[in-house]
Design a protein around this ligand. Structure first.
Ligand SMILES: [Ca+2]
Length: 293
């Protein structure tokens, strides 16, 4: 998931910064960039976002997919969304911030929270994944992955890991974990032992700030913190395959507030529907890629 302002890419993370997808026709890119300038205006957060935006348009070969909003649905605007997934007709969401973190079951159409477990106020909720009948929720700095019984939504164990926890998803076999660097780690979901790791590369550059994750149609999709873009990643070799441009999904949000960024991707596999939201966004969006790739 995308982070708060104190979060930074880990030192020593071999490579460069920010997102960097592909080509955009020069004219359109320039027009978009001017619009971006006007919108971001002031503030450190805006500058960071703007930097990420320009990185995204520096490459020449990868596709950038425009997305369309299919439905706009209610979402708890107090929910600092850090992880999102879909299962059996409901959304499951992890929220962050100390004292406000939770894991919750949410009705898709109404945004109503139908079940919730509030975390110890000393824990900051992060990525969320489903493994069989268990929910697994990361925490930001505590090095703990919290396990919950899906039905009861009550604690059912925990794992430990080193460093930050940011995003989590499941490919049906392994948990896939991000920590804000350009690395994704595959864990055994039964033991949380590392199985393998990949370096995510956008063209020839490491892609930092990988955040909220979702395994979609055999690819890993990753929010890139501070940007409106989602990277499509090859799970075998870490190569970025293309980008989803979500900059027009929720255009009215405050872009000068870093805690207001896109964060949260969920895939309803049976219906093949994609949902996205953001931190403290009042809406959840069902989106689709405008033109199939
Ligand atoms: Ca997700």
């Amino acid at each position: 998931m995308a982070k708060r302002n104190k979060k930074r890419p880990q030192a020593g993370a071999a490579v460069v910064a920010a997102p960097a997808p592909s080509a955009v026709p020069a004219g359109k890119a320039a027009a978009k960039s001017k619009a971006g300038l006007a919108m971001f205006g002031v503030g450190f957060a805006g500058l960071l976002a703007l930097a990420a935006y320009f990185f995204i348009f520096q490459d020449k070969d990868l596709p950038i997919h425009k997305v369309e909003v299919v439905r706009r649905l209610p979402h708890d605007s107090e929910a600092y969304t850090q992880g999102l997934l879909f299962h059996d007709g409901f959304l499951y969401e992890s929220t962050g911030k100390y004292g406000r973190s939770s894991v919750r079951k949410v009705e898709v159409d109404t945004g109503k929270v139908v079940q919730q477990y509030k975390l110890n106020p000393q824990l900051f909720g992060e990525g969320l994944a489903l493994w069989q009948n268990k929910l697994i929720q990361l925490t930001w700095k505590a090095g703990k992955a919290l396990v919950y019984d899906l039905k009861e939504m009550k604690p059912a164990g925990e794992f430990e890991y080193e460093g930050d926890g940011w995003g989590l998803t499941c490919d049906g076999k392994h948990l896939i974990f991000s920590n804000g660097t350009d690395r994704l780690v595959f864990y055994d979901p039964e033991t949380f032992k590392e199985v393998r790791r990949i370096k995510v590369q956008n063209q020839d550059k490491g892609l930092l700030d990988l955040n909220e994750l979702e395994y979609v149609r055999g690819e890993i999709w990753a929010n890139v913190w501070k940007s409106d873009f989602i990277a499509r990643i090859n799970p075998k070799n870490g190569q970025v395959l293309g980008w989803l441009d979500c900059s027009r999904v929720h255009p009215n949000r405050r872009k000068d507030v870093i805690d207001n960024v896109l964060n949260g991707i969920a895939w309803d596999q049976k219906q093949d529907r994609i949902y996205v939201t953001g931190k403290l966004w009042p809406y959840l969006f069902e989106i689709k890629i405008a033109k199939q790739y």
